[in-house]
Design a protein around this ligand. Sequence first.
Ligand SMILES: [Zn+2]
Length: 326
Amino acid sequence: MTSPVTSATGAPDLPEYAPVPAIAKGAALNEHGYHVWQVERNLYAITDNVYMSAFLTTPDGVVIFDAPPNIGHNIRRAVDEITAANGLTNQVTHMVYSHHHADHQGASSLFGGDIVRIGHEETGRLLLRDDDPARPVPDVTFSDSYTLEVGGERVELAWHGPNHSSDNIYIHFPDHDTLMFIDVVNAGWIPIYNLNLSDDVIGYTGAPAIALDYPWTHLISGHLGRVATREDVAMHQQYIADIEASSREALASVNPGPIFKHYGENVWAAVKAHLDAVTEQAAAPVIAKYTGVLGGADIEIFTRTTTFAIMQSIRLDRGPSGPVHP
Ligand SMILES: [Zn+2]
């Protein structure tokens, strides 16, 4: 029997990376493992430095925006802490779903059946499909936009097409100078695998411009330990634009001819070697440029898989997929 290699600390033998840049540092967590802070007036964000959600306290009740299981029961603790400090009711009356993914909504059922859950109609359809008791199907759904009014506060929900997921919405707090838009931009960090595990490359890469069309100073983006700024969004856009540019360059410069000749009848081997060569050539300068600038940039597989997805979208969505045979 072989045992896995472990380090002196007993942890699996894991690769080491450079210290995260200052821009990627999270918050100091309390003894329960969360940090809650005032974003603007009665709008609060809560993080465990991996996930982030938000809530609005009003005289008529609390509205929760996403319930990531990673934060779990700490959402209740944070609501109780803030409402007690402000002499407001801690009763949760509404919950808004940014999108249907379990990693952002899997603690929704902790708030019981007596609250009003609101989400996009596609979120409703997907949650019916997924049939997960942890994520109750929304009671109120909308197709394009919805105005939520609770306790004198106003929140504007809007769907502008698929991006990270087919149902991911923009949650604007016009009286709190804040936008909540999840799983597209990470403040101070690169996206994880495949553009943050996104469904629609064109939708994902176009979404930050839609987000910037809204007026806001604070962006609650669903992950990590701080609220994003407009500069964070611009830096994310530049990272994506750099990948697009180097993918186009690599697609034009890597010659598949010799690779196909080498592999003969094993055409899939040739396809793999060609696409791997394009991906490697396109990703390398981006990894070099952002290492030490954005968190996670030296985790090369993240930029490589994102580059692969963007390079495929350039071929398949934008075209041409390749040269036309003479
Ligand atoms: Zn998601």
